[in-house]
Design a protein around this ligand. Sequence first.
Ligand code: 0RA
Length: 633
Amino acid sequence: MDGSTQQGLYDADSIVALKGLEAVRKRPGMYIGSTDGRGLHHLVYEVVDNGIDEVMAGFAKKVNVYLNEDGSVTVADDGRGIPVGMNKEEGKDALEMCLTDLHAGGKFDQNAYKVSGGLHGVGVSVVNALSKRLIAVVERDGKMYRQTYQIGIPDGPVETIGVSSRTGTTITFYPDDGIFETTAFEYEVLQNRFRNQAFLNKEATIFFEDKRTGRSEMFHYDGGVSEFVQYLNRSKKAIHEPPIALSGERYGVMMDIALQYTDGYNEAIDSFVNTIYTPEGGTHMTGFRASLTKTINSYGKDNGLLKDTALEGSDVREGLTAILSIRMPEPQFEGQTKAKLGSSIAQKAVSEFMNEKLAEYFLENPSVAALVVRKGISALESREAARKARDATRRKSALESGSLPGKLADCSEKDPAKCELYIVEGESAGGSAKQGRNRAFQAILPLRGKILNVEKARPDKILDNEEIKNLMIAIGGGIGKEFDVSKVRYHSIVIMTDADIDGAHIGTLLLTLFYRQMRPLIENGHVFLAMPPLYRVSKGKKEIYAYNEGEMAKALEEIGSGANISRYKGLGEMNPQQLWETTMDPETRLMKKVEIEDGMLADQLFSILMGDDVEPRREFIIEHAHEVVNLDV
Ligand code: 0RA
């Protein structure tokens, strides 16, 4: 390894730079979150964000991204080009500094609103440190320059390799397979990110091409966040068109806000700070919510639409899809995952701005305003009805002896941390599960047929459904806005369905119920999918259960000629003993934990999967199903 710079010496600065790169390679997680697929994709985001910063600063229009056939990625922008030339203070080329010095970014660029190089953006030098090879090409001042690196260390000085009449930066990098668990880029993951970035930066055009497959796409949205909201609502039914759009600035905070109500009941409000997604909200969201509630109530009162009642926050957010995108200098992020904005000025800026602009919008658009108030009133009425339904359910179940559903075969253990609830498709498999289980800690709740699709049901109608009522009482944490995960009676809730279309549908209906009405159950890792075997390979007394085709091939080899293969189509084909051995015994069973990888995509997944439109559903399943819900333990 050659660690020398163009001076051929280890001068003090080179040693500092090397130490920095070393730190990145030693603890990559500190800089990019993880070394799995997620961390790998972060490398691309980082370089693309740099290009988008150039667009936002008004110096670039387009960012091209290529997944190359040799496993590398190329990101090219038409910005000013990373500065080239000797930096007198450091005695080093500015380009080399940008690519090797962890803290060089700010020295050259004064853009206070930039994403990259900030708290989340880590700078191209981190990408360089984590790449076994990187090639930087810069066009500016009429020339074309190049420097190449290995694990962040320059192969030699910056070279002038030609002339050019344009300006821009082109970075090609090969992620280090010694650092990353996987170096396979996924088109859909990147596509989703670029699409979001293009919605949030309407000046930007992002061209994306996968040279391995020939697939390519251009992302550019003149409509910005308003078009973003329309996109998110593509499988929902909006009740007004176009979305309410509010843009402006207060206290140095720039705001782009779009809202659109649908005829549904879910709220899908996504917030961003300097285009960084803030899934846990923060001060900007607090300002948004406060202002929304206040402005709608004021309008309702002033116009005689609301008499003695006041709408709650959840009422005015029912069926609302919104994007809140703000830009501010030096945002402060909080929380374990730094996914929450803490800067108090953002709350003041958003609420004061929205108080004024939304009220103005309502005055100019009284029909939309009336629709919004009416939607809130109907949410309030349904909330009241739902509360009554829940109380009635609780009273009734408390009256009926033992208070638990009759179909539930409970376990004897009372400590929820040790208890498992199996939700089983069909009465007959339910019967087998009841006989086969370990009754000390495993409870069984058989389901008759399909449960209600909660995606389409009014919240107060959900408990009219007998199966859902049983599920709610058995699980014990309540339902909807009042769901309390600390009251849950089982820390493992296992969905056990047949490995066929009907089974998959029932599984999805249950996941929809958990995601929409008991979300902390999923967020806290309490939901699992049982994995029954697909085959039983046997000869005489010898038998092997196979959970996939590969295992079956292995089992056939092991057992030898004359082996008997039976394919399990349903749980009902197994007797209680077999069901226990293959699917329920904690020592030998296979289970998948249900995890939400991307909250924004998850909302789209459920609304599209369980909504009315067939075409978006087909497209979405093909593109995203596997990334949204990570089903691996
Ligand atoms: C520092 C200063 C300037 C531009 C850049 C960095 C820059 C970095 C990247 C990374 C990818 N694309 C980029 N484009 C520009 C400003 C230089 C000047 O004042 O001309």
